[in-house]
Design a protein around this ligand. Structure first.
Ligand SMILES: CC(C)(COP(=O)(O)OP(=O)(O)OC[C@H]1O[C@@H](n2cnc3c(N)ncnc32)[C@H](O)[C@@H]1OP(=O)(O)O)[C@@H](O)C(=O)NCCC(=O)NCCS
Length: 219
């Protein structure tokens, strides 16, 4: 497919988009398997509820196929917001679509929850890069929501034992956060990422190796 000619519609999903839920859910699971990384599992019903509540952004092609998706979750009674479940259909990756979806959901989050801290957990450099461009900064897990319901979402992740062994203070994911009341400018966080991305990638790999080591001993 010629991605340069592909035009996407990126909008807040509604009931009209219900038919995409199952395919989106399947792709989330397949992509997690392909990466060999963990994921908090989502059901099609959960995706439908996000669309119904006006808390999801979807990208579609002009011929009506879904191309990407992301949704908003709230924790600690709205004190924290997570932009979760970001997924781009494999054939449309690396054309800037995730970045556009993330910008849209970030703005939607700020409109719906102007006071909330917006955060995300990710194992991917692409997402770290996009977040950095939005003004997110890397933080420790202690700065995230301590809402039990959020952390119980990690139970379906393959790395849940690691998270528990570290008493929820560390795991394979990098935590990033945007605090509307106290944040760097996007130019600054972007510059930090650009200047440190090589080191961050290496640090990321070392940290994952260190976290996995005790578990590999028993294999
Ligand atoms: C991660 C994902 C959403 C990225 O989607 P995408 O549409 O390819 O991302 P974009 O094209 O908007 O890329 C954003 C930036 O990240 C970079 N990037 C994309 N994929 C990358 C990768 N695998 N490794 C490193 N950088 C990457 C791009 O080059 C781009 O940088 P630029 O602004 O300098 O050009 C997509 O690969 C995906 O759906 N993966 C499976 C699900 C997943 O991992 N979701 C994230 C869960 S936290």
């Amino acid at each position: 497919m010629d991605q340069t000619k592909q035009i996407f519609n990126i909008y807040i999903a509604t009931q009209k988009d219900f038919s995409y839920a199952e395919e989106i859910c399947n792709e989330m699971e397949e992509s997690a398997k392909a990466r060999g990384t963990g994921i908090a599992k989502r059901s099609p019903d959960y995706i439908l509820s996000k669309m119904n509540e006006g808390k999801a952004v979807i990208a579609t092609t002009t011929d009506g196929a879904w191309a990407g998706f992301c949704y908003i979750e709230t924790w600690s009674h709205g004190e924290y917001v997570a932009n979760s479940g970001l997924i781009v259909r494999p054939e449309f990756r690396k054309s800037g679509l995730a970045k556009m979806i993330k910008h849209k959901i970030f703005n939607l989050s700020k409109t719906q929850y102007p006071e909330a801290k917006i955060f995300g957990l990710t194992t991917g450099l692409a997402v770290m890069k996009i977040n950095s461009e939005l003004g997110y900064e890397p933080v420790t897990y202690s700065e995230l929501t301590q809402d039990e319901a959020f952390w119980s979402g990690c139970k379906s992740c393959v790395n849940f034992d690691i998270l528990m062994s570290k008493e929820r203070k560390n795991c394979m994911c990098t935590a990033m956060l945007y605090d509307p009341k106290d944040h760097y400018e996007p130019e600054e966080t972007k510059q930090f990422f650009d200047e440190n991305s090589k080191g961050l990638e290496r640090l990321f790999r070392i940290r994952q190796w260190k976290l996995l080591k005790p578990f590999l001993k028993n294999v």
